[in-house]
Design a protein around this ligand. Sequence first.
Ligand SMILES: [Fe+2]
Length: 230
Amino acid sequence: MRIAHFSDSHISIQHPARLDDLRRAVDEVNASQPDLVIHTGDITHDAHVQEYQQAHAILESLHVPYFVIPGNRDQRAVLLPVFKKRLSTTGEYIQYTLEDFAVRILLLDTVSTASNKGQLCVERLAHAIAVLEQEDPRPLLVFMHHTPFDVMEIPDPFQFEDRAAVEKLTAAFGRCRNLRAIYCGHVHRNVQATIGHLPVSAITCMACDLRKGQLSEEDKTRPMYRILEW
Ligand SMILES: [Fe+2]
């Protein structure tokens, strides 16, 4: 099974070149035909409905199913009506599982309305832990916008509001025998780490002008996403 992981397209009325960054990635993915695409948030930069409509129009040209979760730049109330056919929600949150593939996938909503940092409220944490505790022999992957581990390359390494909530989540990660990996965005750079023995990583942003870290000249301008093989 092959999954294309997109993140941080930051579609912006002020920065129309980012439409092309997303469009070129969609064109490449359509040529390589993975089984599905997951976008881990910051779909838009300012959460204008027009930005969501532009992102949606490009993503709808994918030839394979795609799924999205929000990032801190997104607003659920604006995102949901535009992407409603592509989403299932848990209460007010855009947090759900994909059960119809060879690999199970848990998509977490880590957005806070109070800050740009990640949040795991009681409801979302309980849902995530319940999924992680389900007995199912298939491998499980988790996708989330914010990184639930310290990213030491940036000035403020911890990207959540509440470390205790993250520790509850990572403890549940540790108890889940079928969990294989955690995939994130948000930090606009490629990062690899581990939580215990579990591989955790973040990918850089699709928006070329917002990429951070050491990049080759080619990597500053080419479509950036990754193909995960499971
Ligand atoms: Fe973000």
